[in-house]
Design a protein around this ligand. Structure first.
Ligand code: NAP
Length: 470
């Protein structure tokens, strides 16, 4: 695979192998870009920005619509690539593609809705006799940096809104899973001037500096871990920065819950892509009155999950991205058990596979609920009533999404009002997301929002034009 700079395939002798986490086979290799290559990409983006500025919104929107039609045709092929490079179960890769296609369409639509407003200057002191309006102008070069876990959907959430707002883009996909994202960029590139869509492949710590520090970059939109996000924000100077970072999302299950519904939510929330998802359910907080019944059914349903080849449509649990990631999960589970947690189910690692794991008798001091556990682990925290549940839900540095199961409207509303997170879903787990909703966390989970319209808001600059009519 080649990387894409200035509308052309960009070759390098130095290559990085991309390995299938399931079978260890090399899926493909990509150029190992360095600082000089990043400079070429930034220059090409900057040059193309001037051309894109002169395109009408109509033309930009049509370009995105055409790419959308192509992406629909490529859905199955790219879904297969996602599974090959990430180990994600194929049915989830297909879902990722469906959401990405939708996100591209939303961006084509949004491209026609970017405009300013008239401003009543005469409502301000000294403004009598003035007429003023604002324009929403392209911000400039937008850099997107993305993680391994949703390589297409997270990339499209950056590139497509940026182009809808007439910005040129550079994508630095995770080196663990860059191929599907490059394919996506190729499709969009076909409909835009050379240099509007660029990709740089390479290790983050090698290409990162230039992307973060180069003065010709106007915005960095990052999705990934907290330490890298904080580092980027602290060094980006006057550039706009948005950060979609980690999560430690709670699932609260109150005593009057429909247990079957709650178990379904817990299964979907805990085990989607083997728990390697920012908005995955990371803590299950359940009322003591129903905890035993919930646990019985949760264990029964967990035992049914098919573990194995991610290319099999029935597989729910595939491998983790690599063995190091699986070892981190193993350590966290073992620490919890040594500190008094009860292993109810699972707990074993085999290479980079980790069994779906349920831990009971968890207390709030255990690493497994303090840190973001990126694996299929369900720690159960038992509580007495809604007050304690909310207190524990908020006892975290993160605040991405959250879910509450209850049939009591008063308790539901209390949770909605008091949980400190970017989204609170009543009777749904935190893994729920539509691509038009404002998405982004509080606290260490991030800064800014994605969801096409909301991403665009931070990819434009507002100019005011006033006329003195006196
Ligand atoms: P990561 O290690 O932070 O990597 C994310 C991206 O940052 C990769 O492209 C990585 O490059 C790059 N990077 C690393 N060091 C860099 C540097 N010095 N300068 C510039 N870029 C650098 O995260 P990950 O392990 O791939 O993904 C898991 C994390 O992402 C979890 O914490 C998860 O919660 C979070 N996440 C958040 C959301 C959200 O929407 N809030 C969504 C998905 C995932 P390499 O290619 O070298 O790795």
């Amino acid at each position: 695979m080649k990387t894409l700079i200035n509308g052309k395939y960009y070759e390098k002798n130095e290559r990085i192998d991309i390995v299938n986490p399931f079978n260890g086979q090399v899926v493909d290799d990509v150029p190992k870009c360095n600082k000089t290559d990043v400079k070429v990409a930034i220059k090409s983006a900057k040059n193309s920005q001037k051309i894109l500025n002169n395109w009408s919104a109509y033309k930009v929107s049509n370009g995105l619509y055409s790419a959308y039609e192509d992406l629909k045709r490529e859905k199955k092929k790219i879904a297969k690539t996602i599974t090959e490079e990430t180990g994600k179960p194929i049915k989830d890769s297909i879902m990722e593609m469906e959401r990405s296609i939708e996100t591209l369409k939303l961006s084509a639509e949004e491209g026609k809705r970017i405009y300013g407003e008239t401003i009543p200057l005469d409502a301000g002191l000294g403004g009598k006799g003035f007429f003023a309006f604002t324009q929403k102008l392209p911000l400039g070069v937008v850099v997107g940096i993305t993680p391994f876990n949703y390589p297409v959907n997270l990339a499209i959430h950056k590139i497509a809104p940026a182009i809808a707002a007439k910005n040129a883009t550079i994508l630095k996909p995770s080196i663990k899973a860059p191929i599907s994202a490059i394919r996506l960029c190729e499709i969009i590139d076909n409909y835009f001037p050379d240099g509007v869509v660029n990709t740089v492949t390479g290790y983050g710590d090698e290409v990162g500096d230039e992307l973060i520090l180069n003065p010709d970059v106007n915005k960095i939109t990052f999705t990934g871990s907290v330490p890298v996000g904080i580092m980027i924000k602290s060094r980006a100077g006057m550039k706009r920065v948005s950060l979609e970072l980690g999560g430690n999302d709670p699932l609260i299950i109150l005593k009057d819950t429909d247990i079957k519904k709650a178990v379904k939510g817990a299964i979907l929330g805990s085990y989607l892509y083997s728990g390697q998802i920012c908005m995955g359910v990371k803590r299950i907080i359940v009322d003591n009155e129903i905890a035993d019944d919930f646990l019985d059914l949760f264990v029964k349903e967990t035992k049914k999950l098919k573990i194995g080849d991610p290319m099999d449509m029935n597989t729910v649990i595939g491998p983790l991205i690599d063995e190091v990631a699986a070892e981190v999960v193993e350590r966290s589970v073992n620490n919890a058990i040594q500190s008094g947690a009860t292993l109810v189910y699972g707990g074993r690692r085999d290479g980079n596979f980790f069994q779906p794991t349920i831990l009971d008798d968890i207390n709030e001091d255990m690493d497994v609920v303090i840190n973001e556990t990126f694996g299929p682990v369900s720690p159960i925290i038992r509580v007495n009533g809604v007050d304690e549940a909310i207190k524990i839900a908020n006892n975290t540095e993160f605040g991405l999404q959250s879910g509450v199961f209850t049939e009591n409207i008063h308790d539901g509303l209390r949770c909605a009002n008091e949980i400190e997170a970017g989204s609170v879903f009543i009777n749904k787990q935190s893994t729920f997301r539509t691509d038009n909703m404002p998405f982004g966390g509080f606290k260490l989970s991030g800064v800014g929002k994605e969801g096409v319209k909301y991403a665009v808001e931070d990819m434009v600059k507002t100019k005011l034009i006033g006329f003195n009519l006196r």
